[in-house]
Write a protein that binds this ligand. Structure first.
Ligand SMILES: *Cc1c(COP(=O)(O)O)cnc(C)c1O
Length: 641
């Protein structure tokens, strides 16, 4: 049940342990002595610390309402640097005779400012892009800043897609067409001949290696992606016949995102290297090995092979890949290829967080038991009351049985008109009091009755957050993704309420009730009591990957405001970009309402109401103003000025 944290003994260290920020913060997030959550974009041990609470208040001072997606641009730079420099270090230490060239898969976060920042930060490392569709390809070409960087084309390709890629090659870009299905080869050959551009070809192969985790079906024999071995042989023969085998330079595979277990990464690399080796024996020039995505983010901070975690560090990831490639290819003296990874999640996840305020709390604590119970004909209330009085460590199971029996009796009696709504409410309260008292007594016991354990899990408050899970955190809903959540202030005070967080959609799935824990997950989070005169702000962290375009307009809650900050070395920071979230009119026009027509209709309805004598012309003015202001406003809960 409720753990009581003592006010005198509470320290920042306790807060840090409770929310696990040291485990999932990756050195970017922590708590400072004043109790604010802070961001350290250059690493926890050096560089400035910026209070997220201060940033949140500055955002509101500028007139942007919560919820806000906050991007800390430097973190993107830090992650690109970390990935590239770790590979470089490992390459140097192992004597690997090839380079690393990362690419960023645009699908992970396609927002223009994200891709722009990645290509900017990635320029000095020749960090390229990966595109899986025509829009992504055109966006990628327009963003490329370095002709040494790779541009990997995955996905199904039609003639137009191929032509666009070929023209990019003719302008000096390192574009690779990765063949996903056998039929694509003929089209690529035909277009290449027509445009007289020599294509760089890669093969996406289907590995028998299957990774654990939520994306395990991306790999393995039954994966829908990639070429099986007989297809590979067919494609090689086809290229030989066209005298184009010299175009085949790259081998690609992707066995899933968020691979929690390093063993699978090693197994995948090993299998791919064998195929790479065979392709060189067939006479293909090769030179590039693209290991796809999968580098995981430790969302729950447990450092385990749990699906929202990973049992390896970035350094181990790089070591395992490089060592595996060396071990397989050196056996037959095959030249070391340029290594490509398509890490998306690990590059962008850390850099965005969702900030929102709490609008209200619904307490699980029932109102106190009245001194004197009203006379009730059924005796039910008295029975419940004596059960409550009777509870002791010795009769827990008995009292629990009684409480559950009376609870269903209350429902029955109410249904048949034998209990009034006031009596029913009182009965419900008494049951709740009994359950709470039972869990308190049971806390000291070794063996807790099974039914009570489930009761324990429901003893929490509901905090209503000003956000939509479906718009801003879709993976929490769709795939039970665990994301770290933490208040961004008051962390020097012990939190007193076990809680779950509900959003403001009217969908019962719109809630966060699974939180990071060193032992993988927990069903509630400890939060602070709301103050009458102060907003309470929470942050959901590590939301930079996949959430933005997967989010939807459930209940017509639109895009949130997005604010990007850049932290300077001297500890100042500036607001570098603001994108205003959708207005009510914006989301309505997305679902095909014409706002002008709507306004005219509303005017007409108001005018009719005057004719019917329901409102005055002055009323009409106020009503129309209110409606039109509403159309122009934010879709989320706005504070009154
Ligand atoms: C989605 C995807 C990625 C990105 O994977 P992450 O796990 O986010 O790094 C890379 N390559 C391909 C082909 C993908 O489909």
């Amino acid at each position: 049940m409720r753990t009581i944290y003592s006010k005198d003994k509470w320290s920042i260290k306790d807060a840090s342990e409770l929310y696990g920020v040291k485990n999932w913060g990756a050195g970017y997030f922590s708590i400072d002595t004043s109790g604010d959550a802070v961001v350290t974009p250059f690493g926890s041990d050096h560089g400035p610390r910026i209070s997220l609470y201060e940033v949140a208040r500055e955002i509101e001072d500028r007139g942007f309402s919560m919820p806000v997606l906050l991007r800390i641009e430097n973190i993107l730079g830090s992650q690109i640097k970390l990935l590239n420099e770790t590979f470089r270090k490992v390459i140097k230490e192992t004597g690997y005779r090839g380079e690393y060239r990362g690419v960023y898969p645009i699908k992970v976060n396609q927002q223009e400012q994200v891709v722009e920042a990645i290509t900017q930060f990635g320029k000095e490392y020749s960090h390229g892009l990966e595109a899986g569709s025509k829009p992504e390809l055109i966006a990628a070409i327009s963003m490329m800043k370095n002709r040494e960087a790779c541009l990997i084309c995955n996905g199904y390709k039609d003639e137009e897609f191929i032509d666009i890629g070929l023209y990019a090659i003719s302008m000096g870009f390192k574009v690779f067409f990765v063949v996903e299905v056998p039929g694509e080869v003929d089209l690529i050959i035909e277009r290449a001949k027509r445009l007289q551009v020599k294509p760089n070809l890669g093969l996406r192969i289907k590995l028998s290696t299957q990774a654990e985790g939520k994306w395990s079906s991306s790999g393995g024999d039954s994966s829908v992606f990639g070429l099986g071995m007989s297809h590979v042989v067919d494609v090689v023969d086809r290229l030989k016949k066209e005298e184009m085998l010299d175009c085949l330079q790259l081998l690609h595979y992707h066995i899933g995102s968020q691979i929690p277990n390093i063993r699978d990464i090693r197994a995948g690399a090993m299998e791919a290297c064998r195929i790479y080796e065979e392709l060189t024996k067939e006479g293909a020039p090769m030179g590039y090995l693209d290991l796809g995505g999968g580098l995981a983010v430790d969302y729950n901070g447990s450092q385990t092979d749990y699906h929202s975690s990973r049992n390896y560090s970035m350094e181990e990831y790089c070591w395992d890949i490089v060592e595996t490639v060396i071990s397989v290819l050196d056996r037959n003296n095959i030249a070391h290829p340029t290594l490509i990874t398509e890490s998306g999640r690990a590059v962008v996840a850390y850099y965005s967080l969702l900030l929102f305020n709490i609008l209200d709390v619904s307490s699980f604590l029932p109102p106190p038991i009245p001194e004197k119970l009203p006379e009730s004909s059924s005796g039910l209330l008295d029975n419940l009351h004596s059960t409550y009085e009777m509870i002791s460590a010795k009769n827990i199971q008995e009292c629990l049985n009684d409480a559950l029996f009376y609870k269903s009796q209350a429902r029955q009696l109410f249904k048949h008109g034998q209990l009034s709504i006031r009596e029913r409410a009182l009965a419900d309260n008494l049951v709740q009091h009994i359950l709470i008292k039972l869990s308190q007594v049971a806390r000291h016991l070794k063996h807790v009755p099974k039914d009570l354990k489930t009761v324990n899990q429901t003893v929490y408050d509901i905090y209503y957050g000003n956000f939509s899970l479906f718009q801003s955190l879709p993976d929490v809903w769709a795939i039970d993704q665990i994301l770290p959540v933490m208040p961004i202030h008051r962390l020097n005070e012990p939190p007193t309420h076990p809680a779950i967080i509900s959003d403001i959609t009217c969908d019962c799935d719109g809630k966060i009730d699974n939180f990071p824990d060193p032992y993988n997950e927990r069903r509630s989070i400890m939060l602070h009591e709301l103050k009458a005169d102060e907003e309470y702000y929470l942050g959901v962290f590590l939301v930079g990957a996949y959430q933005e375009t997967l989010g939807d307009l459930h209940n017509l809650f639109g895009d949130t405001n997005v604010i990007s900050i850049h932290v300077n070395r001297d500890g100042t920071y500036k607001f570098i970009r603001e994108v205003e979230g959708d207005s009510v009119a914006d989301v309505l026009s997305i679902v095909e309402y014409d706002v002008r027509t709507m306004k005219n209709r509303l005017r007409k309805i108001a005018e009719e109401s005057i004719e019917l004598g329901l409102i005055t012309p002055k009323d009409r003015k106020a009503i129309i103003e209110c409606f039109f202001d509403g159309l122009g406003g934010y879709t989320y809960f706005e504070k009154e000025d």
